[in-house]
Structure formats: structure tokens, C-alpha cells
Ligand binder design. Structure first.
Ligand code: 5GP
Ligand code: ZN
Length: 114
């Protein structure tokens, strides 16, 4: 997708601190971190929202969560805890319309979310 900022990160057209890559997934540090650990885990494929996932994307979803497990360990938050957030559409505050999972950790989280 030509004007998608996350597609541009996948294609290395804009810089990001990439910490994981595999066949399906890229993960990089958020530019405006909301916690000591704040990583974006995204599919390399351009998918706009969670609602646009189809059964053929099941390998992508699996890869996202396997990457999350690995990243949580590498970042040292697997035991202390972390949060995975997926904002879908306007009420959730989705700003980038290339599906992404926030992995947040390194501080105590509150509930309910804002
Ligand atoms: P959303 O509100 O769509 O769930 O989250 C979008 C996230 O992407 C935000 O946390 C924002 O800081 C992050 N973000 C937006 N543009 C960039 C960018 O160019 N590089 C990086 N690393 N993160 C970005
Ligand atoms: Zn995209």
C-alpha cells in the first residue's frame, strides 16, 4: 500500500528500530513509547483493521503471537508481565490503518484502559 507508513517501514523506506523479523511479521519500537517497553508487532502484509482478517491469514496471526512471546522474553517482561493491545477502528483510537499489536511492558498497567 503506497502511502501506508507501516508498509514503508516493512520496505525500509522509512527508518525504525526493528527488533524482530520473520516470514510474516515485523516488530519495531514505537516512536512515541507509552511504557519502557513499547513494541509494534505487524504483519508484513497490508491489512487495514482486525475486521479485515480472513481465514487465509491464520498463519500471520500465529506468527504475531509467536513473535510476541519471543519479544517478551528478549525484553525481559515475560515474568513481570506485559499487555498486548490491538486498537480496531475509531472508538479504540486506531490511527495507523495497517493492523498492529502493541506490546507494552516494564511498568505496572492500570485497568480499565483509557
Ligand atoms: P494506534 O493508535 O493506531 O493503535 O497506534 C499507532 C501507533 O503507531 C502509535 O503508538 C504511534 O506512536 C506509532 N507510530 C506511528 N507512526 C510511527 C512511525 O513512523 N514509526 C514508529 N516506530 N511508530 C509509529
Ligand atoms: Zn500497510
Amino acid at each position: 500500500m503506497k502511502d501506508c507508513i507501516f508498509c514503508k517501514i516493512v520496505k525500509r523506506e522509512i527508518p525504525a528500530e526493528i527488533i524482530h523479523e520473520d516470514e510474516y511479521v515485523l516488530a519495531f519500537r514505537d516512536i512515541n513509547p507509552q511504557a519502557p517497553v513499547h513494541v509494534q508487532i505487524i504483519p508484513k502484509k497490508h491489512i487495514e483493521t482486525l475486521m479485515d482478517i480472513s481465514p487465509e491469514d491464520k498463519d500471520i496471526l500465529s506468527a504475531i503471537f509467536m513473535a510476541a512471546i519471543k519479544i517478551a522474553g528478549n525484553e525481559g517482561v515475560n515474568s513481570s508481565g506485559f499487555r498486548m493491545v490491538q486498537n480496531c477502528n475509531a472508538d479504540a483510537g486506531q490511527e495507523v490503518f495497517h493492523i498492529h499489536f502493541h506490546l507494552l511492558g516494564g511498568r505496572k498497567m492500570t485497568w480499565p484502559p483509557g
